[in-house]
Structure formats: structure tokens, C-alpha cells
Design a protein around this ligand. Structure first.
Ligand SMILES: NC(=O)c1ccc[n+]([C@@H]2O[C@H](COP(=O)([O-])OP(=O)(O)OC[C@H]3O[C@@H](n4cnc5c(N)ncnc54)[C@H](OP(=O)(O)O)[C@@H]3O)[C@@H](O)[C@H]2O)c1
Length: 341
């Protein structure tokens, strides 16, 4: 193991042609991740097309078990069922897997990691590491600094989620509906449950039998696992909004000890990867447009609830970067730095 740090890796990206995969390739390049060879993988539909990495066009191959021979590190950014089938195949061949899908997140043998919050969980990995849902990452990045200074009892959260959270089909649907509306045509929902152009839709993914959506329950169970707080109360509504990139959320936080808004701002600003933009006097607050293309989680609107001791805040993060690609690459960087991959 000790020889692992310092050498360049053979890296595969499954889902290299998708919304997250494309950003992932860019983030690996930007952060100079030690890549000796990059293997872009996708479905058979994309086999023979190319993606660009470090200025070179690389041919895309179909993802299948044999593709992982000789690979050190695999990022999965495709579908949950593909991760279920192929992540163990990659691990079996000696690769370390960083998975972006929901498949492995709540598995007891799989660390679920946001490096700024729980990097130590990586020490126990068994070949597969899971990256939380995009909504959960921004949420825990904003909650952890508050927990560290005042403890947290409960949170009520409403998310406002960008269409790219549903991948390329989501982005295409917003653009098609904007064009259709300009031409006076009907808006036909496919990816989303109702028209998303000029509208908001209080359903991300699909409903469960208990009337919560599958996206909503991720916030509860993933947060409890990452923060190692099995009793934490998180109650939520997830809403899709006609924004290309950048998930936002309002958070109403009940702390264990009293916390003044100014002390909360200070704790947030001191936390790595969080930036506070909060000046009501000059209308300064962060928006999805401000965070698109950035890795920081931006927090504003920090204020005391008028009816209780709880704290309100608002956070935005780029769902494709910190919510997906950047967090995955940070996990890989931590594995390399700790000689765990
Ligand atoms: N979008 C986000 O904000 C976000 C955030 C966090 C996590 N995630 C997760 O990241 C993953 C990718 O999401 P995305 O938004 O990038 O989706 P996307 O834009 O729809 O891309 C899906 C990718 O998966 C590939 N793929 C699909 N079926 C495949 C198969 N059977 N075999 C091999 N490759 C296959 C596609 O290849 P083809 O081009 O060949 O079809 C494409 O490269 C998902 O698990 C998603 O839940 C997404």
C-alpha cells in the first residue's frame, strides 16, 4: 500500500458522456489529479464516440467487467443499476470505486463521504466508496459548521433543485419547453411530472407509498449516516425549479445550544468549502447563478426565526460540481493522500 501515493493512476469514468461525467473529466484535469491513463466508458450507444481530456479526444468504450482490468480507480456516474452490477466487478479486479449513484449509499460496508465532514470514514473502505446525493452534500456542508459550534437537534428543509440534477434529459426538457412555449406549442412533460418551464414542480424523482419522494428521504438517511447522528430529525420537501445548474435550499435549524446569527456566520465562513454571502442592507445573498461553475457552498439569509430560537439560512451549491464531480474527486484525492487507493 505504501507505494501507492505518488504514482499516477489508471482511471476509468463510467458515464463519461453524461452531465456529471463531463464535469468530472474537467475537474480531474483542473485539479491535476494524477492520471496516467483515462478510460471513458458509457453505454453501447456511445461506443465509438469521443470525449475530451487534457486536450485529447479519447474513444468511449462500452462499460463491461473486462474494461476494469488493470484500472486503479473507477468513478461511476451512470445509473444505479449499472453501479450495482459493475462496481463489485471493478473492485474484484483491484480497483477502488467512487460511486455517484444511490445504490451503495446506505450499505453498512460502504463509506458515504463528504471529505470536509467525514473523511475518516474512508479508512474502513472495502473497495467501494459512495458519494452522497447532490442535495445532501450542500445540506451537510452548511449544517456541519453549525453542529460543531452549537449542536443540531432538527432541521426543516425545502430544496429548490436545478433541472441538471436529472442529468442531460432534464436540461434538454427545460430547453425544449422554453422553445415550445415561444412557438405557442403545448409543454409536454417527460422527465419531470409536470411542465418545468415557467413553473415549479414539488416532486423530484418519484413518490413512495408514504407520500415522500425518493429524493426527499435521501436527505434524512444520508445526512444521519454522514454526520453519524442516527437520531437527527430532518424533515423536507424537494422541489424542481426551472434553473439549469445550482441546487438551493432553505434550512430552519434547531440547535442544542443557543447560537446568534453572527456566530453562525463566523462558524460557516471558517469551514473549508463554505463561503458566506449575507448582507441584507445591500441585497447580498447567493443564488444558483452565482454558484454555477464554483466548488464552494454559498450560504446567506442567516437569521433568527421570529417565533422560536431556531436559525434560518439559505444555501446554494453547484449540483454537478460539489454536488457530484468535485466531491468524488476530493474523495479520490483523500484516498491518494492517505495511501488508501
Ligand atoms: N446530475 C446531478 O446533479 C447528479 C448529482 C449527483 C449524482 N448524480 C448521479 O450521477 C449519475 C449520472 O447522472 P447524470 O446526471 O450525469 O446522468 P446523464 O446525464 O443522464 O448521464 C448518464 C450517463 O450514464 C451512461 N449510461 C446510462 N446507461 C448506461 C449503461 N447501461 N451502461 C453504461 N453507461 C450507461 C450514459 O451513457 P450514454 O451517453 O451512452 O447513454 C451517460 O454517460 C447518476 O447515478 C445520478 O444519480 C447526478
Amino acid at each position: 500500500m505504501s507505494s501507492r501515493k505518488g504514482r499516477d493512476r489508471v482511471v476509468a469514468v463510467v458515464g463519461a458522456t453524461g452531465a456529471v461525467g463531463e464535469v468530472l473529466l474537467g475537474v480531474l484535469e483542473e485539479r491535476s489529479f494524477p492520471v496516467k491513463q483515462l478510460l471513458p466508458l458509457a453505454s453501447e450507444r456511445s461506443a465509438g464516440t469521443t470525449v475530451t481530456f487534457r486536450g485529447k479526444a479519447l474513444p468511449v468504450r462500452e462499460a463491461e467487467p473486462g474494461a476494469f482490468e488493470g484500472v486503479d480507480l473507477v468513478f461511476f456516474a451512470a445509473t444505479g443499476s449499472l453501479s450495482k452490477d459493475l462496481a463489485p466487478e471493478a473492485a474484484k479486479r483491484g480497483a477502488v470505486v467512487v460511486d455517484k449513484s444511490g445504490t451503495w449509499r446506505l450499505n453498512d460496508d460502504v463509506p458515504l463521504v463528504v471529505p470536509e465532514v467525514n473523511a475518516d470514514a474512508l479508512e474502513k473502505h472495502k473497495g467501494i466508496i459512495s458519494c452522497p446525493n447532490c442535495t445532501t452534500i450542500g445540506f451537510v456542508m452548511a449544517l456541519e459548521p453549525i453542529r460543531r459550534v452549537a449542536g443540531v437537534r432538527s432541521v426543516v428543509v425545502t430544496t429548490l433543485q436545478a433541472v441538471s440534477g436529472a442529468g442531460r434529459p432534464g436540461v434538454d426538457e427545460l430547453e425544449e419547453q422554453i422553445a415550445a412555449r415561444a412557438e405557442g406549442k403545448a409543454l409536454v412533460p417527460k422527465t419531470f411530472a409536470a411542465p418545468i418551464a415557467y413553473n415549479v414542480v414539488p416532486l423530484c424523482e418519484k413518490f413512495r407509498d408514504d407520500a415522500y419522494s425518493t429524493e426527499e428521504v435521501k436527505l434524512l438517511y444520508e445526512t444521519r449516516k454522514i454526520m453519524d447522528m442516527p437520531e437527527l430529525e430532518v424533515t423536507m420537501t424537494c422541489v424542481r425549479v426551472p434553473v439549469p445548474v445550482g441546487h438551493a435550499a432553505t434550512m430552519l435549524i434547531e440547535t442544542e445550544r443557543p447560537l446568534e446569527p453572527e456566530a453562525a456566520r463566523k462558524a460557516l465562513a471558517a469551514f473549508p468549502g463554505v463561503e458566506v454571502i449575507d448582507d441584507p442592507a445591500s441585497n447580498r445573498f447567493p443564488t444558483p447563478a452565482d454558484v454555477a461553475g464554483r466548488d464552494e457552498v454559498l450560504v446567506g439569509r442567516v437569521r433568527r426565526d421570529l417565533a422560536s430560537d431556531r436559525l434560518w439560512m439559505w444555501q446554494v451549491s453547484d449540483n454537478l460540481r460539489k454536488g457530484a464531480a468535485t466531491n468524488a474527486v476530493q474523495i479520490a484525492e483523500t484516498l491518494v493522500a492517505r495511501k488508501l487507493a
